[in-house]
Design a protein around this ligand. Sequence first.
Ligand SMILES: Nc1ncnc2c1ncn2[C@@H]1O[C@H](COP(=O)(O)OP(=O)(O)OP(=O)(O)O)[C@@H](O)[C@H]1O
Length: 256
Amino acid sequence: MDTIVQIKDLSVFYEDICVLENINLNINEGDFLGIIGPNGGGKTTLLKTILGFIAPSEGSISIQGNSNFHSKIKIGYVPQHTVFDRNFPIRVLDVILMGLLNNKNLFLRRFSVKEKEAALCVMEQVGISELKNRQIGQLSGGQMQKVLLSRTLLQKPDLILLDEPTASMDNASRTRIYEIIKALNKEITIVTVTHDTSFISSYIKTIACLNKKLFYHGEPALDEAVVEQVYGCPIELLAHGIPHRVLKEHGDEQNV
Ligand SMILES: Nc1ncnc2c1ncn2[C@@H]1O[C@H](COP(=O)(O)OP(=O)(O)OP(=O)(O)O)[C@@H](O)[C@H]1O
């Protein structure tokens, strides 16, 4: 299997604070990688470094053997937080179509009928067709995440980086989104950051555990020692591929 992203001896510092230390990680074509780890563990920083938004302080990242800037593959990104003016008078369909803009054709661009049909098709796929004329500021957090995912899908990326794509979603929406992402994974390589370890374990193919250092990368089946190392304390993971209980049962303490 071809390697799409090769991360070699990567360290990233914000001023003098090291947030990623000596990371080595390959992402292969067709992978569905879940990145887990505690708050502040460097997950978003890693995605932004793959995207080329943050320069490595040490080490390197190459995309199909090229630096991020010279890569020929299309990388889609759905950020965790999006800052925008909620009063900006723009409808959902237009926001999704903006996924087709690039720095060569930023403004004053008319979208073709074919492009609009493609946008509507993606909205249907993600289950937000009924929102197409809604003003963007009227959306809930979960709806907004689906709009951002649709905008990314419209770009037909080869690799998608998702930063907690279902953080604001209810169970039904979460299932729907991961089913969609799983279907997309037949053609697109997926990397998703999540805190939802139990939920994604039945979707992902590999898992990476990150807390400044990369503690584990491989099959989505972790042992207790790795989880304790990454999170710094025992954590309960109820999962299919991941061990079912890595915490003592409640009440065990009393039996000690
Ligand atoms: N622009 C920045 N300047 C300085 N420090 C930053 C900056 N961005 C992030 N950090 C710090 O770097 C560390 C890693 O942050 P990052 O957002 O990558 O973590 P994360 O694993 O994605 O966290 P979470 O799960 O809470 O989203 C944190 O301690 C954070 O405060």
